[in-house]
Ligand binder design. Structure first.
Ligand code: KG4
Ligand code: ZN
Length: 331
């Protein structure tokens, strides 16, 4: 089965072709980061308009690179939600229009299911069951994954998502949007032992997260500082260490609670090399194994949507052409 996947939930236009026998055949991505940089965040209306401009050429390129024409495609998967409504509407309208014109089935995919399954595109890939830590700009959650579509949310953020906390703290440090990767780079110049950031919600039971307090702590620390680059680097270091530590404590707890030995880390923040290294070591020490997507598939992309859609279609599921975009949609 060969599936065309389309992702337009936020500020990346992603298109890919995944084949159940041959794997990922092509993967095109256009990032709008530069378009939104001056505004310090994603401007929804600009995002929708740019998806409109980029989506058709990207589909043509993805099909070309996969040596495929419409006749080779068995179905079209698109991100149905959650995300920005205007952005979602572009991908879902194009997907459904192509499906109607080509007489192919469609499947609407949950964006976080895409992230959750992205590590399945790697070799080796995790076997079910596993615990997934999904940490992106919009969500932070721990999920017990028993199989495709069998997801139990164990915990989630009660306020800011992990990526959002990275972005907001980076902004306070004067770094460009999206700040996560810039903050991580600045932290590389920093050293530990200068600041004692809290590890929110780790002193009470449960698997929910809260990151807004860390951002406030960072804001107060920055305000009271001398504003020197080395000081900012030390603050970035301490902030990142606190996020990674907090996520590790919660993951250890989730693995213990479920008895799972495999941990999948996915979503934009899983590109953070300290988080990757810390989780890998923790799982090795526990006699388990950590899995994450390749760096270019941690953030939003069409490959994860094509993969998730292909699995759903292989299980006999399709969506009606009258399905609507779901800007709010729980996993
Ligand atoms: O999954 P994603 O592309 O979009 C959403 O679905 O939200 O995640 C984007 C988030 C942003 O908040 C970005 O700052 C963060 O992932 N991010 C990182 C790193 N790379 C991306 N955060 C920390 N360290 C990184 N290296
Ligand atoms: Zn995402």
């Amino acid at each position: 089965m060969r599936v065309l996947g389309i992702e337009t939930s936020c500020d990346e236009t992603g298109v890919a072709v995944y084949d159940s026998e041959e794997g990922l055949l092509s993967h095109e991505l256009y990032s709008q980061v530069k378009l939104h940089a001056d505004y310090g965040g994603v401007v929804p209306e600009l995002a929708s308009r740019d998806h409109v401009r980029k989506i058709i050429p990207l589909i043509e390129k993805a099909l070309d690179d996969a040596n495929s024409s419409k006749t080779d495609i068995d179905g079209i998967a698109y991100t149905q939600g959650p995300g920005l409504v205007g952005a979602l509407l572009v991908g879902s309208s194009v997907a459904r229009a192509l499906a109607f014109a080509w007489d192919k089935p469609t499947i609407g995919v949950h964006h976080m299911e895409g992230h959750l399954l992205a590590p399945m595109l790697e070799d080796p890939c995790p076997e079910f069951p596993f615990v997934a830590l999904l940490v992106s700009g919009g969500h932070s959650m721990l999920v017990d994954v028993k199989g495709i579509g069998e997801y139990e949310v164990l915990g989630e953020s009660i306020d800011d998502a992990a990526g959002e906390a990275f972005d907001k703290t980076a902004k306070l440090l004067g770094l460009d949007y999206p700040g996560g990767p810039h903050l991580a780079k600045l932290a590389d110049e920093g050293e530990g032992g200068h600041y004692a950031f809290p590890r929110p919600m780790t002193d009470r039971p449960g698997l929910d997260f809260s990151f807004s307090g860390l951002k406030t702590f960072a804001a107060n620390t920055i305000r009271a500082s001398d504003g020197q680059r080395q000081t900012y680097a030390n603050i970035a270091y301490a902030f990142q260490e606190a996020v990674v530590d907090t996520l590790m404590i919660k993951c250890r707890r989730a693995l213990k609670q479920t008895g799972r030995k495999r941990l999948v880390i996915s979503g934009g923040v899983s590109a953070n090399k300290h988080l990757r290294a810390a989780m890998k070591k923790m799982l090795n020490d526990m006699g388990g194994q950590a899995f994450y997507p390749a760096l270019n598939l941690c953030t939003d992309n069409g490959a994860m949507i094509a993969y998730a859609g292909c699995q759903r279609m292989a299980a006999g599921q399709t969506s009606s052409l009258s399905e609507v975009a779901k800007p709010r949609w729980s996993l």
